[in-house]
Design a protein around this ligand. Structure first.
Ligand code: CO
Length: 212
């Protein structure tokens, strides 16, 4: 017996509609995928990568976790990154945060949340380092928005410093890293203008991002 039949019904409807609009679509995808983009985003259900940028299956390689983090010991992310860069040869990696991120919010709170606090530790450090500047903002909403942006900047730096990206740049493989943020409130995706294409640009972003 199928559980959750409505989801299988949705799937039938979707695959028939897709095939109707683009005959041979699935057959063609079966051959190979050649996405030009790697999306590193939050696992939040309100931030569906493909839909936000209007891309079809096959066009976007996706990694999502709580608070769109790049931890250098995360074998899952590193494996996705290596495959995307070395095998698929994506040309763009976008780190995509979102306003109102619950993971980022949890990292700014003083009470414990259990195991997740280990995952969020680097965001907590980022918050503590920027506490003074954040205190000058008018309210908690503005502080959280700013933290979400600072977190994107930090993760752009982290992804650029991985061995995978460093080695790609060393062999002069074109690879740009972008920092974007998404607003759940109105669906708008914005470029935070944190893009880096090489180590000199990375060093500049690193210098800019140290506030104390
Ligand atoms: Co989030």
């Amino acid at each position: 017996m199928k559980t959750l039949p409505e989801l299988f019904a949705n799937n039938d409807e979707w695959r028939h509609r897709t095939e109707q609009n683009q005959p041979g679509f699935f057959k063609q995808l079966e051959g190979q995928q050649s996405p030009r983009f790697l999306w590193i985003g939050c696992a939040d259900s309100r931030v569906p990568a493909n839909q936000i940028v209007g891309l079809m299956p096959g066009e976007l390689f996706v990694h999502r976790n709580v608070a769109n983090l790049v931890n250098h010991t995360d074998l899952n992310l590193l494996s996705v990154l290596q495959f995307a860069v070395d095998v698929l040869k994506v040309e763009h990696i976008m780190v995509v945060g979102h306003y109102g991120c619950g993971g980022v919010r949890a990292a700014t709170e003083d009470q414990p949340h259990g195991l997740i606090d280990n995952w969020l530790r680097q965001v907590r450090e980022l918050y503590l380092r920027n506490r003074k500047a954040l205190a000058e903002l008018p309210d908690d909403g503005a502080r959280l928005d700013r933290m979400c942006e600072l977190n994107v900047a930090r993760q752009v730096i982290n992804v650029a410093n991985t061995t995978v990206v460093q080695e790609a740049w060393r062999r002069e493989q074109p690879l740009s890293i972008h920092g974007w943020i998404y607003s759940i409130a109105n669906g708008k995706l914005s470029d935070l203008d944190l893009g880096v294409n090489n180590n000199p640009e990375l060093r500049t972003l690193e210098a800019d991002s140290y506030n104390g």
